[in-house]
Design a protein around this ligand. Sequence first.
Ligand SMILES: CC(=O)SCCNC(=O)CCNC(=O)[C@H](O)C(C)(C)COP(=O)(O)OP(=O)(O)OC[C@H]1O[C@@H](n2cnc3c(N)ncnc32)[C@H](O)[C@@H]1OP(=O)(O)O
Ligand SMILES: N[C@@H](CCO)C(=O)O
Length: 350
Amino acid sequence: MNLKSQFASITMSQDLFHSNLPLELESGEILPEYEISYTSYGELNADKSNVVWVIHALTGDSNVSEWWSGLIGEDKFFDPSRHFIICANLLGSCYGSTNPLSINPKTGQKYFYDFPELTTRDLAKSLDNLRNHLGIHQIHTLIGGSLGGQISLEWAYILGEKLSNVVVLASTAKSSPWVIGLNESQRMAIESDQTWGEKSENAGIKGLEAARSIAMLSYRHPEDFQKKQSDLDEKLDGFRASSYIRYQGHKITKRFNALSYWILSKTMDSHDVGRGRGGAGKAIGQIEARVLAIGVDKDLLFLSSESKYIAQHAKRGTFREINSTAGHDAFLIEFEQLAYILQSFYLENN
Ligand SMILES: CC(=O)SCCNC(=O)CCNC(=O)[C@H](O)C(C)(C)COP(=O)(O)OP(=O)(O)OC[C@H]1O[C@@H](n2cnc3c(N)ncnc32)[C@H](O)[C@@H]1OP(=O)(O)O
Ligand SMILES: N[C@@H](CCO)C(=O)O
């Protein structure tokens, strides 16, 4: 379906891929059929060599020109007049792809809590099925941050020589105990909501509010709070940081649900590109594409050293660092630094 684009003369299309073939999951469970919603910008060139595939993070969607507007758009680093840019909503997420609120074809009812656990490998496989469906035989650049970076690594492993460059932002080869612990606290917050367990779209929504507030503390750095949320006046209550964190918790409930959040946070936990492949370092060493791993110096969630590890173990790896008090979320905010790093990477390597 072609949509009115925000760009003057660029094609933007929002489409749905329906797979009647089942997706066999790492857990042994099966998604009998599934849909993937995806957005693309620009046109494939004659030899299909201009594909830039973006993978969104935990609560993102496929409208990459909105949430990555500093990097994608007319005259931006990835420009739809030159690149064919595509982003698919991840399975499990609530922006158009099959998720816990979709109908389970086996029962004719919504999945709710019966939705299967998905790994980053399962998600990479589902994206590869979409790629095949679209007849894309070569991806110039695959790029993703956080959970999107984890899936990018998994997919890069599968893609082999069909991928030229993979850019992994603020991410990791294997989720650390720290990340898993933080995600478990967030799921505990969801569980403590009395509505969790109900077969309702709003189940666990207050819990999700608390979960996002915990998550925000790992997405930012204390210096970011110091800069933006300090109170100028002396007070005993009603602090700016309190209202900010509550606001952020509430904001997510207007656009996301606890079931999708639960599933995708579990996906993040089980991520390990080295599972069954002799360890993360060995698996990364088998990726054929050039690997650019970008860390954020003040990322408290996925440490910059984890990005360095990825680059060090790749056959053709480069490590770069963003300097930002924004912390983990810098990959969604620091467009100038990102564009500079990407520019120099392509100049040096392509
Ligand atoms: C439909 C969709 O939205 S699709 C999904 C798009 N989102 C994604 O892809 C996920 C990735 N994006 C994100 O995580 C975020 O949007 C980021 C990281 C890029 C930016 O985060 P933001 O929340 O916009 O920035 P920031 O932390 O500065 O907070 C700003 C907000 O907090 C509010 N705020 C700031 N300080 C306070 C305070 N002391 N008390 C209350 N509210 C406050 C601001 O008014 C602003 O509100 P707004 O979002 O309604 O405009
Ligand atoms: N802020 C990101 C999560 C951290 O990668 C999101 O909401 O998707």
